[in-house]
Each structure stands twice: as structure tokens, then as C-alpha cells.
Write a protein that binds this ligand. Structure first.
Ligand code: PEP
Length: 257
């Protein structure tokens, strides 16, 4: 793994998982407890229905838990929504915001993602802000432009909070939309170019504090490709969907880090 940043391997269960599937998290916690040498932070973001139980299991394995989305407010008349304060109350330390599935399924804009990221920080959770281009945008050589626009709009500026506080609590996940759940992965050179550009953007936005922000890669990360992807400069961990559902696969990715 590159840099001096402690990597983060984050599992996004999406809308998957019933109580019976907590056995996967139990297995993971047990494996990590017996092998505490892993040199990365391990995060599971289960569906909200399993968050409190996940948090309890995670404690025994030095794993942390997180949410997959939050509202922009902390409480109020918003039937069916879940606030960052509620996620933190159930044990979340992180909240994914602006995942491409939220952006496409729910029409989430950069401005909304920005407000959600602020709400997460206000509640005491670190936002994992997702950005990434579609296949058409990649083919049209627009990937960099699109990601930069998403960063400009989705990441709270240093004026919102103290610069150090934002930088310390922020995680960016670069997830090319066309790589999510498809088995397709960009070339390592393309990942390197994008992560390096995101690092430059972070320096521009946060000054020296931008060096500490973790930039995760997400999109069909698997045991077979994790080691190579995680060794690309400025890749400080992974956001893992499908391969986080089975303890064995997720553990292999954690070990690759
Ligand atoms: C994701 O959901 O963020 C993701 C990267 O999914 P997958 O690993 O399944 O491509």
C-alpha cells in the first residue's frame, strides 16, 4: 500500500442482508480478532435495519460500521428518511453519500450530496463522498471534467467547517459508474491518473490538510484484483460492494491491503 495514510477497506452491502446474513460479519470479526495484524481500517455499511446489530458484532473484531445514506437534517417530519444523528446513535462512524445508485435512482444532485456530507459531519460521522463518470463520459474523454465538477459541488468547502476538521473527516471514493457491479475495472494507469488528479484537487481545496484525506477506489474490486489496485499511488483503500457480502472474499481484500 502506498503513502503513509492508513488504508480504509469499506464494505457497502447496499439493499442486501437479512438477520441471517449477520453470520458473515460474525465470521469476519472472528477472523480479524484472531489475526489483528491487518494494517487497515475495516468498515461495514449494512442496510440501516442491521446497523445496530452490526455495530455490536463489529466491536469484537475491531471493525467499524457505517450508513449508506442520510438525510440533510437531523430530525423532523420526513417519513421514511434516516438522519446522520440516528445512524451515529446506532453506532455509525461513517456515512456513504452521493453513491451513483443514489444519484441515478433518486436524482441526487451535487448540492444535495454536499448538504448530506455536512449533515454527516455535524452528527459526528465521516462522509464518504462518491464521485465517478459513466461509460459514455469516459468514452467521450470527459471523466476528469465530470469528476472535478462533482467534487466542486459535492464536497463541503473549508468555509463550512474548519479546514482541518473537514479534511480529517472526509473520505472520497472514486467509483467509475460503469465499473460498479459489472466486473469491469479501469486500467491501473487510468486509476492512477484519476486518483492523482483528486489528490491535487484536495490540495487546492484544503491546502496541506488535503494530504490526509483518504481516496478510495470502488468498482468491481475483488480478491483477484485488490492487491494491484491498492498498490496504485493515491489509492488509500477500497469501497467494495458485491465482494463485501461474503466474509471470505472481503477478508481476502482486507489482507491484500
Ligand atoms: C459499490 O457499490 O460501491 C461498489 C463498488 O460495488 P461493486 O464492488 O459490486 O462493484
Amino acid at each position: 500500500m502506498n503513502d503513509e495514510i492508513r488504508p480504509l477497506i469499506a464494505g457497502n452491502w447496499k439493499m442486501n442482508g437479512l438477520s441471517a446474513d449477520l453470520s458473515q460479519i460474525r465470521s469476519l470479526a472472528l477472523a480479524l480478532r484472531n489475526d489483528p495484524a491487518h494494517r487497515c481500517d475495516v468498515l461495514i455499511c449494512p442496510p440501516a435495519t442491521l446497523l445496530a446489530q452490526t455495530t455490536r458484532i463489529c466491536l469484537s473484531g475491531a471493525i467499524i460500521s457505517g450508513g449508506q445514506d442520510c438525510h440533510t437534517g437531523q430530525h423532523g417530519a420526513h417519513t421514511g428518511d434516516i438522519s446522520a444523528a440516528m445512524l451515529v446513535d446506532a453506532g455509525a462512524s461513517y456515512v456513504i453519500v452521493g453513491h451513483s445508485e443514489r444519484r441515478s435512482d433518486h436524482g441526487e444532485t451535487d448540492g444535495l450530496v454536499n448538504a448530506k456530507a455536512r449533515a454527516a459531519m455535524e452528527a459526528g460521522a465521516a462522509p464518504i463522498i462518491c464521485v465517478g463518470e459513466t461509460h459514455a463520459e469516459r468514452l467521450g474523454a470527459l471523466a476528469m471534467t465530470v469528476v472535478e465538477k462533482q467534487l466542486n459541488g459535492s464536497v463541503p468547502g473549508p468555509e463550512a467547517f474548519e479546514r482541518r476538521v473537514v479534511a480529517k473527516n472526509l473520505v472520497i471514493a472514486y467509483e467509475p459508474v460503469w465499473a460498479i457491479g459489472t466486473g469491469l475495472v479501469p486500467g491501473l494507469e487510468d486509476i492512477a491518473v484519476m486518483h492523482s488528479a483528486i489528490r491535487d484537487w484536495l490540495f487546492e481545496r484544503f491546502g496541506d490538510e488535503g494530504a490526509a484525506v483518504r481516496i478510495l477506489y470502488g468498482g468491481s474490486m475483488k480478491p483477484a484484483n485488490a492487491k494491484k489496485i491498492l498498490s496504485v499511488p493515491h489509492v488509500n483503500g477500497g469501497l467494495v460492494g458485491g465482494a463485501s457480502l461474503k466474509a471470505e472474499d472481503f477478508l481476502a481484500i482486507i489482507r491484500a491491503a
